[in-house]
Design a protein around this ligand. Structure first.
Ligand code: UT7
Length: 359
């Protein structure tokens, strides 16, 4: 009997505090019209809790939707490029908070392509029999890596978490085609300098994301469109067979270019970039959760995940969704309320990088 891997649960967790384009106009030389027309972003969320708290809630929702006990989870893969610590991996915090006592746990970092890399990896683990019930999380607290005096980056990124449960099944489901690529020779056009172990003690607490936006943009347009086209071909699908494109939400113009290459009508492309900006590894599982909740993922849907990001990495997957698109269970838990304003949450960034005095 052939073994497949099916997405059986989904969930998201977004912190409640909003950083709007109007807020950004108060701290950098920018405006709502520029940000909206160049990127499609209107708002992003700023977390008042550690990334593992967001991950825990998204995971609990996904586990409830799958109708499984947390003890049944035998592996946690946490896609992130903003771990709470390197040792331990952030996945350990998530495992502890969930009480997933029978799980292994690891972080996976492929930057904004992390969720798709993770999804293809987990699909293989489940198909091979190495795991049966896997929790795949994408979580980021990118606000911690933002210099809010740098208008070329701080308008783009936000915080959030999404998660899926992937389980073995004998019905055809899961990855039908996949691409995972990288061009490490160009890694410095999107990076957080000095954030690692080049010298003893060299990890720089002031590290922040720096990016050559237009260069990244050009490469993202080509790589996401090529990878998406390739996985659809591998799956043996025609372009008409695609039910929904779930692209990494980095820039609406990049998404539009990918959709044009796949000849997709807007109704077949999921967009929520206006609400959350770029949440890196978290963006596709958040988008998937919202798409399912909005009734845009039909039973046994043909989905395309596609992403590009630091590394420079890219990845795409043609995905056959399962039969069930209704959650088996729903939990009422929420993140704790925040009593701090967005400016209070960003004060540590202002302390490190300064704050512009606009006339
Ligand atoms: O997750 C994957 C990784 N990230 C991405 O995929 C992001 C890829 N890049 C992008 O999304 C776009 O390049 C941006 C949205 C970041 C920028 O859009 P662009 O059309 O590539 O603009 P640009 O960088 O070429 O800048 C155009 C102009 C420049 O002024 P000059 O040199 O033409 O006078 C910038 O200085 O816009 C200026 N500019 C801004 N103006 C107002 C740059 N940032 C801003 C800003 N507000 N926030």
């Amino acid at each position: 009997m052939t073994r497949y891997a099916e997405i059986t649960g989904w969930g998201k967790a977004l912190p409640p505090t909003v950083l709007s384009n109007a807020d950004l106009e108060l701290i950098v030389e920018t405006n709502d019209d520029w940000i909206t027309t160049r990127s499609g972003i209107k708002e992003r969320r700023i977390s008042h809790v550690p990334a593992s708290d967001m991950a825990e809630l998204a995971a609990r929702r996904a586990v409830a939707a799958a109708g499984v006990d947390i003890e049944a989870v035998d592996m946690i893969v946490n896609a992130t490029c903003t771990p709470e610590s390197i040792i331990p991996a952030s996945a350990s915090y998530i495992q502890a908070k969930l009480g997933a006592v029978n799980a292994g746990a690891m972080d996976l970092n492929a930057n904004c392509s992390g969720f798709v890399y993770g999804y293809v990896t987990v699909d293989s683990l489940v198909r091979s029999g190495a795991a049966d019930t896997v929790l795949l999380v994408g979580v980021e607290r990118l606000s911690r890596l933002m210099d809010y005096t740098d208008r070329t980056t701080c308008i783009l990124f936000g915080d959030g978490a999404g998660a899926v449960v992937i389980q073995s099944t004998d019905r055809e489901a899961g990855v039908c085609g996949s691409e995972m690529g990288v061009d490490g020779t160009m890694a410095d056009i999107l990076c957080a300098p000095n954030d690692g172990t080049i010298e003893p003690g060299s990890a720089d607490p002031r590290t922040r994301i720096v990016m050559n936006g237009s260069d990244v943009f050009r490469r993202a347009v080509t790589a996401m469109a090529d990878a998406s086209e390739s996985v659809v071909r591998q799956a043996g699908w025609g372009l008409d067979d695609i039910d929904l494109l779930l692209p990494h939400q980095a820039n609406q113009r990049i998404i539009d270019a990918t959709a044009r290459r796949l000849k997709l009508a807007p109704s077949k492309v999921f967009l929520n970039i206006h609400a959350y900006g770029n949440t890196s590894s978290a963006s596709i599982p958040i988008a998937l959760t919202e798409a399912i909740e909005a009734g845009r993922v039909p039973s046994r849907a043909n989905l395309v995940f596609s992403a590009f990001g630091g590394g420079l990495t890219w990845a795409a997957a043609a995905v056959r969704f399962g039969e069930r698109v209704e959650p088996l269970g729903v939990i009422e838990d929420e993140l704790p309320k925040s009593d701090r304003t967005v400016w209070e949450l960003l004060q540590p960034n202002f302390d490190y990088f300064g704050r512009l005095e606009l006339a």
